[in-house]
Design a protein around this ligand. Structure first.
Ligand SMILES: [Zn+2]
Length: 709
């Protein structure tokens, strides 16, 4: 049985928002919009677009997408690819299913057994995910909990608890003289990307790692667990990739190369560059509790105690675990779906919209809410096409596959396009579109004001505009949106920086395409478990699909507004301001870390030149420029200018000098990563070399901005 709560408030708002006449939006249409010399004609197009995305249809699409578990490369995944392709074609998009052949592991055997000091069995698992009344949990196609990219093997060892498995947690264990060689680390989810936990455990000599969901972080400590509320139940497990995606994402055997079906095996390399070498198994707190409770050794330091009802200890002692992991690694076929609307004036310039489609299990919030939102955005664009509208630039809608295993479908596609993407003017990503009512966004600085502007043009189910609700709630950043960037003064509402954990990574950080990422988040305790299903979604996240409709409008409006702009609406003064702040903050950090001899002068001077050039370009953008096509080429070139051909030290696939996922955070962004990570490593010669590369990149960007006329 499924518990239901009443949602009268939402129902009332729902009727209001759905029944609004299209005229409502005209009143909200901004008078001036960057990139448009006269917005009145475009405003009518946007008004028509906004009237189309439909809450009820989004709900039906979500239901269809979540009918069966659809792990990448399974027959059910292919069915969703065909469904999305049919929807694209019905809207009038020129649509192709694009396959790749990539290395993926599926679990054959995953086993965890724990014994106390006397050799008595404490637990044997993993326990099957189960709650009273969940409709999808017993489907035989639900894949057993496992980690993508886990090693195979059979190991037994003493256990050590490592809190969140962050660098500072491993440092604490070192300070306590706990040797991890041959041990099995148990740590909890949260605070960083799970691949980083495995990376650090491996570096410290552990032979295996268990990663569990502590009720403090997304379980009963937060609120009622599913099926009463939205939080993680006792047996819920977070699956997930532990690929070292901060080295490179995509197919492990083809970094920098597209794994097309005809790519010969001889052109594939050893996958060891981004793969862990130890066993990694995700478990529930039901299975973790007997292990943690039996663990002896020192009591935990402040901040390490979770919400299980006993005192935690670090170990080792008191418990040994036996882990078995047999992973079936095969080259498997995955399917991206690409739908194209050819531009009427500048077809070589692409606006790319993307969302992944594959899920660990049913994936209602992650990612089907994003797919439903994208399908309703496509529905709106299709309605415009039927009235004879054509965007000035080409719009591509992309449904990526195998994102969960390591951003594979998007990365292979980006690698296949190569320099063609120098003319992609934007990549607009959505992954989990909806897990609740709180809108948030990340973007490159040049598009932060653009996304705020789009949010000002879309109504919120709560009343007013998305922008008004967003500002009223303040900063709703989740861990994917954090970065080490200093606070920027005078922002109306905070837009985060792009780290990793979703498909914008290859676009921005490998190919230099200006990108955004949007989400409407809330209480989401079933992430990557079988319980992220349609029943959970309609009870907890968005009962009337009004936020799916909202996100469809935001995503579609991003595409339409960018595709039709006269002048590309990049705000480079904002980019210059942020780069200047990043350099100043790195200089202070270098001084604090005893690297005060590092010369930041040339980079600071370059940032000052960039600020001047950005001011000049911005005034040209806002006036009536002479040669618009030439101006747009210069403006677009700036993001590519910020790439460095050599890439980052030890991870050359990452080419952006301003943004990368942190090597020790994974999801959250490290700004000016080459410089900051060299400072963190107290490596002065490397920091100096990275500062020089940064200065060159900034000077290239300033030159292109200065050429604006
Ligand atoms: Zn996702």
């Amino acid at each position: 049985m499924r518990l239901r709560r009443t949602h009268s408030l939402f129902l009332f708002l729902g009727v209001t928002a759905v029944a609004l006449p299209a005229a409502r939006y005209a009143a909200q249409a901004p008078q001036t919009v960057l990139g448009y010399s006269d917005f009145s004609a475009e405003s009518k197009i946007e008004e028509k677009f906004l009237a189309v995305p439909d809450a009820k249809e989004a709900g039906e699409e979500l239901k269809e997408l979540t009918l069966a578990p659809h792990l990448a490369a399974t027959p059910e995944d292919h069915i969703t690819a065909e469904y999305v392709a049919r929807k694209f074609r019905a809207a009038g998009l020129d649509t192709q299913i694009v396959p790749y052949r990539v290395l993926l592991n599926w679990p054959k055997v995953v086993r965890v057994e724990a014994y106390d000091a006397a050799g008595h069995l404490l637990m044997s698992g993993p326990t099957r995910e189960h709650v009273q009344g969940d409709p999808g949990q017993d489907d035989p196609r639900v894949v057993m909990p496992f980690n993508g990219s886990s090693g195979s093997g059979d190991v037994t060892g003493e256990v050590v608890y490592a809190n969140y498995g962050r660098p500072e947690d491993f440092k604490e264990l070192e300070a306590q003289h706990i040797d991890l060689h041959g041990k099995i680390v148990i740590c909890r989810y949260g605070q960083n990307f799970r691949g980083v936990k495995v990376y650090l455990a491996e570096q410290h000599g552990a032979s295996g790692i268990l990663i569990y969901s502590d009720p403090q972080d997304d379980g009963y400590y937060k609120g009622d667990p599913w099926p009463i509320g939205p939080w993680r139940p006792e047996t819920g497990v977070q699956r997930g990739s532990v690929q070292y995606l901060f080295k490179y994402p995509g197919d492990p055997e083809t970094p920098g190369v597209a794994s097309t079906l005809d790519l010969p095996d001889s052109a594939r390399t050893s996958p060891s560059g981004d793969q862990p070498h130890i066993i990694s198994i995700p478990i529930s707190y039901h299975d973790a509790a007997p292990i943690l409770q039996a663990l002896k050794g020192a009591g935990v330091p402040a901040g390490w105690q979770g919400a299980l009802p006993f005192r935690y200890h670090i170990g080792p002692g008191g418990v040994r675990v036996h882990l078995v992991s047999q992973q079936d690694y095969e080259r498997r076929i995955i399917w991206d779906v690409i739908g194209k609307v050819e531009g009427s004036e500048d077809p070589a310039s692409w606006v790319v919209v993307g969302n992944h489609r594959d899920a660990w299990v049913y994936g209602a919030a992650d990612p089907s809410s994003g797919t439903a939102a994208m399908l309703e955005a496509v529905h709106g664009v299709g309605a415009l096409l039927k009235e004879g509208w054509r965007p000035k630039r080409t719009i591509l809608f992309c449904s990526w596959d195998a994102e969960e295993e390591g951003l594979i479908g998007s990365t292979e596609w980006v690698e296949q396009q190569g320099r063609t993407l120098d003319h992609a003017v934007a990549y607009f990503n959505v992954d989990v579109a909806v897990s609740g009512p709180n809108f948030s966004a990340s973007a490159v600085p040049s598009l932060k004001e653009f996304i705020r502007g789009v949010a000002k043009s879309v109504p919120s189910p709560l009343g007013g505009t998305v922008f008004e609700q967003w500002s009223a709630k303040g900063n709703q950043d989740n861990e994917h949106r954090l970065s080490n960037a200093p606070q920027i003064e005078g922002e109306t509402v905070h837009v985060g920086d792009l780290g990793s954990g979703s498909d914008f990574t290859p676009f921005l950080q490998h190919a230099g395409v200006p990108s955004t990422d949007i989400e409407s988040n809330g209480s989401y305790g079933v992430y990557h478990s079988t319980f992220d299903d349609f029943a959970w979604f309609t009870q907890n996240a968005d009962p009337h699909f009004l936020y799916l409709q909202e996100m469809a409008r935001i995503l579609g409006l991003e595409a339409v507004r960018m595709a039709d702009a006269d002048v590309l609406p990049y705000d480079y003064p904002a980019y210059a301001r942020e780069i200047t702040a990043y350099i100043d903050a790195a200089k202070r950090k270098a001084a604090d870390d005893g690297l005060s001899s590092l010369d930041f002068g040339p980079a600071q001077a370059a940032a000052a030149r960039l600020t001047e050039a950005a001011r000049h370009a911005f005034s040209v953008e806002n006036s009536r420029p002479g040669d618009v096509a030439r101006l747009n080429l210069s403006l677009r070139e700036v993001e590519t200018d910020l790439l460095s051909e050599a890439g980052l030290p030890n991870r050359p696939w990452y080419k952006h000098t301003i943004y990368a996922p942190g090597e020790y955070t994974g999801y959250s962004a490290v700004v000016i990563p080459g410089v900051n990570e060299a400072i963190d490593a107290k490596n002065a010669p490397q920091a100096a070399q990275q500062l020089a590369l940064l200065r060159e990149a900034i000077d290239r960007a300033a030159r292109d901005l200065n050429s604006a006329q």
